[in-house]
Ligand binder design. Structure first.
Ligand SMILES: C[S@@+](CC[C@H](N)C(=O)[O-])C[C@H]1O[C@@H](n2cnc3c(N)ncnc32)[C@H](O)[C@@H]1O
Length: 295
């Protein structure tokens, strides 16, 4: 008889035990806690075949998140598939920093928060979810999310619905901030803006050199031309145009980047926003990861 215990022993040398528990839990639709506390639970043949297939894929390097269709980020589950980047723990800094900014006096009124390149929607949904219970503040803000990929937006919208914040976020398809710049109906004029962007920033050279482990994820979500900075330079150009035409009173741009890009990001920010204050933060691995540009 194939019990959870039997399966655990059978595959324990083949893949990480945590991954195995999550795979078994996914197949039998039970939590990891259940898997750990019910070693006697009997699996049927079809379930065993499915577990075997997923273990084989995991052994070949397929990310666990794609096998079980979800990834935890900022304490919430986000649905993902091969068309969407898997949310990374280092990106949680962007949520923390956005929430911190929204608590400051500067951003208490008439603020719009724009997540550019939203992917699974992990950043903006986490921000909204953390504010939604504070009925006194949520009404002051408007939330937007853009992505060039229609497939990614389908996931972002589904995740927003799952977390019951779909009616709070306007999802738009297009190149960076273009959908907001092209339409007057979003009323950016004279507003305060927080722009959060985790755009593709891996250079083609690094993608070939270091990133074979992420070959399962969409290249269009990861790689950017010009040493990985093409997307950020385009975004800066759009923000510059916006700041001149919409007369925004305060703009903060939060971006995630690769540690070696810090000086180039600083240079770009100085070129496009000469009067700005530029700050950088390290991630938990003590590597430069986030830039904050305020002007
Ligand atoms: C590095 S992923 C980040 C996804 C998500 N924000 C996160 O933190 O996990 C970059 C995202 O930017 C999107 N993207 C790439 N080029 C874009 C463009 N020109 N305009 C808007 N979004 C773009 C990709 O489709 C992808 O979803």
């Amino acid at each position: 008889m194939s019990t959870i215990q039997f399966i655990s022993i059978k595959y324990s040398n083949e893949i990480n035990i945590l991954d195995l528990e999550l795979i078994v839990g996914f197949i039998i639709n039970k939590s990891r806690e259940f898997i750990i506390t019910h070693p006697e639970f009997v699996l049927n043949k079809a379930q065993i075949v499915k577990i075997h297939a997923l273990v084989a894929k995991r052994k070949k390097g397929a990310p666990l998140a794609y096998l079980i269709g979800k990834k935890e980020f900022f304490g919430l589950d986000f649905k993902v598939d091969k068309n969407v980047l898997i949310p990374r723990p280092e990106t949680e800094m962007m949520v923390e920093e956005s929430l911190k900014l929204l608590k400051t006096k500067n951003y208490q009124l008439k603020t719009k928060i724009i997540d550019v390149g939203t992917g699974s929607g992990n950043i903006i949904i986490s921000v909204v979810k953390n504010l939604v219970n504070q009925s006194s503040v949520i009404g002051h803000y408007k939330f937007f999310a853009t992505d060039i990929s229609q497939k990614a937006l389908i996931f972002a919208k589904a995740n927003a619905k799952n977390h019951k914040v779909f009616n709070k976020i306007k999802f738009l398809q297009g190149n960076l901030m273009e959908p907001l710049l092209k339409s007057k109906s979003y009323k950016l004029k004279a507003n305060k803006l927080i722009i959060v962007a985790n755009l593709p920033y891996v250079s083609s050279k690094n993608y070939k050199k270091y990133y074979s482990g992420i070959k399962f994820e969409p290249q269009s979500a990861l790689v950017s031309k010009n040493y990985g900075l093409f997307h950020y330079e385009k975004l800066f150009q759009q923000i510059k145009t916006l700041s001149l035409t919409a007369h925004c009173s305060l703009i903060t741009v939060l971006i995630e980047f690769s540690p070696e890009q810090k000086n180039k990001i600083k240079l770009l920010a100085k070129i496009y926003f000469p009067t700005s204050k530029i700050e950088f933060k390290k991630d938990l691995a003590k590597k430069w990861r986030m830039g904050k540009i305020t002007f």
